[in-house]
Write a protein that binds this ligand. Sequence first.
Ligand SMILES: [Cu+2]
Length: 206
Amino acid sequence: MAGIDKAAIGFSIAIVAAGVVFAFYGSGVQDATPVVSNPVASAPSVTKAPEPKAQADPFADIANKVKEQANVQPAMKQEMKTEQKQEMKTEQKQEMKTEQKQEMAGPKTVKVEVPAGSSTPGCEETNKCFIPASVTVNVGDTVEWHNADTAAHTVTSGSPADGPSGEFDSSLFMAGATFDVTFDEAGSYDYFCMVHPWMVGNVKVN
Ligand SMILES: [Cu+2]
């Protein structure tokens, strides 16, 4: 009986060792683990061979871990792709919303301030005799000037050098008053104040 037991133990060790070697070098193959598990499963029939099992387990764990990582990494990649797609969809939705808002908003009014102190020279040095000095609007939009100064001013199309161009003119409008122009034609409109020729501005209509 003892001779048979020794032979059985030796045989099972050989099988497990072969399985371990196969699992170690064949870990890249997806079917590696089932091959390993077969010798391990047959080991309990040889009751006096606990050592081969103990040796086989660490390698089987490594093989399983390698296999798990191989499975996990594609899953992570898929998650990343899904997140990127969702981000792109969100951006597209935001763009669509912005476009819809612009279409729905229709003509708008852009406000320009005639600031306090602009009746004395100096504001032209920082281009702040009208704030903002340059505005860009679309055809159909309105520009509204508000006189926040204590002096009266004009908003007159043209330039101090060439004089009024005739497109629009507020004539003198008082402190606290407003003057507005709705632009129906695209173009670049220079304007100035006839009382204070250092005060210049521009409206660009697209
Ligand atoms: Cu003025």
